[in-house]
Design a protein around this ligand. Sequence first.
Ligand SMILES: [Zn+2]
Length: 377
Amino acid sequence: MKLLPALLFLLCSPAPAAAADGLGAQPQIRVAISRNSPALKLKTSAKLYVQEVKSGQKYMLLADASYEVKADGRGIAVAGQALSSPIKLLAADGQERIRLGGNLYKGDILLRATPEGKLDIIEYLSLEDYLQGVLPSEMSPDWPLEALKAQAVASRTYALRYINPARDYDVTDGVEMQVYKGTAKISPRIIEAVNSTRGEVLKYKGKLVSAFFHACCGGHTASVRSAWGEDIIKPLYGAPDPFCSPSRHYRWEYYLASSELLKYIQAAGSTALKVKSLRIHKKDRSGRAVSFLVGTDKGSKTVQATEMRKRFGTFEFRSVYITSITPVKGGFELAGRGWGHGVGMCQEGAKYMAMKGRPYKKILRHYYPGAAILDHE
Ligand SMILES: [Zn+2]
């Protein structure tokens, strides 16, 4: 087994400013790129530096080496060397980016010991740089530029609502928020989409809109209330969408086995032994199912549509926009429309609007009616 190389102590420079300070007027964002890791292997492809934020002391990590990093009480141990938390990773001289877990990051990377004795890795970067990383993960980079610009404004607005200095970081990097995997997939079109809409956000009555978006609405977007019970505002009320019908996600079918449905309602407390029927119990204004009624040998059971979708998998059970349920051998054939929760911008519709020559502001006004597109100050 290869021994871990020791840290090379470099110099004691003056304590640097805290990472969030001195970053200029541009909005900054803190992205948790890894949370609650007990320990991690830091593999370097180039020379790197580790700096204690408090003391400013800087240590060198060699290129093409592997270092064990773990929380050590309230501090952090790197290759057995106890350092005070947080520590900052700095790119090698002349380099701009840091490679971590296969992704490249251009912001400041901070490692922080959590009160539970785990490690969080947080990237500090400008909101605009972050958006360049988000865009190719949330929309296909070869889609029309006006659709990418609409996505940039929606993603910027969405992210700004989470900026909260009282927390240890603002956003996570996974599907629970917006997918962000560093800077590797940035292309000139992505840069253009972000730069040409720089600072633009969606506001309604002076407040940032919760600028949700989804893959395909199937002909009508959903209201934020029926999707999550949030207070309705005009831009998230739900609107007809004549644009996404050419999408391959516009219509789909899903087979649901009676045996699986039985297991599901039994887990929810039903004593039934046989499922006899399935129908939509309640629909919202857009036509999406709010609840289903499952007929059984022990009477009827009502189940929430979004819960059931989550249980059976949001990739297969693409939306709650169910247009028909047909009993078939051993189960039910569900026909549905669209993919995703349906709130806010329909990305497929945005693509087809852009292909028809609609500019991004028109796309945004279509999907967030009543919202103003303003510079975020
Ligand atoms: Zn649509």
